[in-house]
Design a protein around this ligand. Structure first.
Ligand code: FAD
Length: 374
């Protein structure tokens, strides 16, 4: 198929992909979004919208929609192996700085509503080859169709397909020493609403977020090195979770059963993506695909929104010159990415998810003396 100068392709319909599609559409591009899942990939823990992400949301005209879905403040309870409470962080609402916590699903739906009907969305579709030509990039899709695009944006997450097709198999992942699984279940039987409970033993943690209509069940386990596996192998993920969490008391056996009961749980390593460059030729990466900050940073959703906005600004400032735009995008955003990534590494897994009894004791002391900060 022939090239239309403003045809662009976005791979992935998460926060990064939908926000990138939003800005590209506003800039007048004809946008196609290819998402491998059959629909939006719901699930996951809530996202904090504050600071620059709040300003970006406002610029997108979505702040009222975010405010409408904002969750009430939550109390956090730290539990020992037997489920007994070790410490509490009371629910706080800070009225000085606007900050919202919103379900990942709600933000995904808000972003999708903002582009639905304006961009072409291909669900259940992925790119299998990208070939750069003089004027564009020819993308081959998994149904055999080929189309030439002026620009391609890889917004396909931590294990980005676009990154692999463009930059090769180079290992750009910094493993932080653990894995996590998360599932949202439509039940309220495990804990009261607006409460988070974190049960920690050395090397393992189980996290529950209670809401009025659902519960997030999270499980984290530590591993000194990446475990050999195919990251799509659900049977392996299920088995490793069951093995790692065997023998724990409290509600853990019931929670584990619920977590792995079907394939809707999200499972990934806890890692960062650190790349020397976020673009090559006419292909640029946005969000986790280019600069995953890790779940420990608690900033992945915000970073995707901020990254897409920086990219949009850079393209607006350099019309017709994608090389200059991609350079400006990277120059503008890299200091923030580096700061957030370095902070997550410095704060360390040992504090959030202690691997040994000594680390656990240190973390428990921080909870007792009030110096622990989520
Ligand atoms: C279901 C789910 C649950 C999550 N839960 C948590 C959580 O609890 N805590 C946390 O810290 N982070 C979680 N994350 C990651 C978090 O969403 C991101 O760190 C952050 O929002 C940045 O978003 P992103 O759009 O860059 O990446 P992602 O949110 O990972 O979105 C990437 C999108 O690309 C799609 N995709 C992947 N491969 C391809 C392909 N080959 N072709 C086309 N599309 C593709 C994916 O299906 C997904 O829709 C979750 C991600 C997902 C998908």
């Amino acid at each position: 198929m022939s090239l239309h100068a403003s045809d662009v392709l976005v791979s992935g319909a998460g926060f990064a992909g939908l926000a990138t599609a939003f800005w590209l559409d506003r800039l007048g591009y004809r946008v196609t979004v290819a998402e491998i899942a059959p629909g939006l990939r719901h699930g996951g823990t809530p996202v904090d919208i504050e600071g620059e992400a709040l300003a970006v949301t406002a610029r997108m005209g979505l702040l009222d929609a975010v405010r409408d879905k904002a969750l009430p403040p939550r109390r956090v309870e730290f539990l020992g192996a037997d489920g007994g409470t070790l410490g509490l962080m009371p629910a706080q609402s800070d009225i000085r700085d606007e900050k919202h916590e919103i379900h990942r699903d709600d933000l995904l739906d808000i972003l999708f509503a903002a582009v639905d009907g304006r961009v072409r969305t291909l669900f259940g579709r992925t790119i299998i080859a990208l070939e750069e030509t003089d004027q564009g990039v020819t993308a081959t899709f998994d149904n055999g169709h080929r189309h030439e695009f002026a620009l391609v944006f890889g917004c396909d997450g931590n294990r980005s397909n676009t990154r692999r097709l463009t930059f090769g198999e180079n290992d750009v992942s910094l493993f932080m020493g653990g894995y996590f699984a998360i599932k949202v279940v439509p039940t309220v039987k495990f804990l009261p609403a607006n409460v988070t409970q974190i049960l920690s033993v050395a090397g393992r943690a189980v996290l529950l977020n209670g809401y009025s209509d659902r519960t997030d069940i999270g499980a984290v386990f530590r591993a000194p090195h990446p475990l050999e596996h195919d990251h799509r192998d659900r049977a392996w993920q299920r088995r490793v979770l069951q093995e790692r969490f065997a023998g724990l008391g409290w509600q853990v056996p019931a929670l584990l059963r619920e977590l792995v009961a079907d394939d809707s749980f999200y499972f990934d390593s806890i890692n960062q993506i650190r790349m020397p460059a976020w673009s090559r030729g006419r292909v640029a990466l946005v969000g986790d695909a280019g600069y995953c900050v890790s779940p420990v940073a608690g900033f992945g959703g915000s970073m995707a929104l901020i990254g897409a906005a920086h990219l949009g600004e850079a393209l607006a400032a350099h019309p017709g010159d994608h090389a200059a735009a991609f350079a400006a995008y990277e120059q503008g955003l890299r200091p923030l990415v580096t700061r957030v990534q370095d902070k997550a590494v410095a704060r360390g897994m040992s504090f959030m998810f202690p691997a040994t009894d000594i680390e656990l004791e240190r973390r428990n002391m921080a909870i007792s003396d009030g110096s622990f900060d989520l």
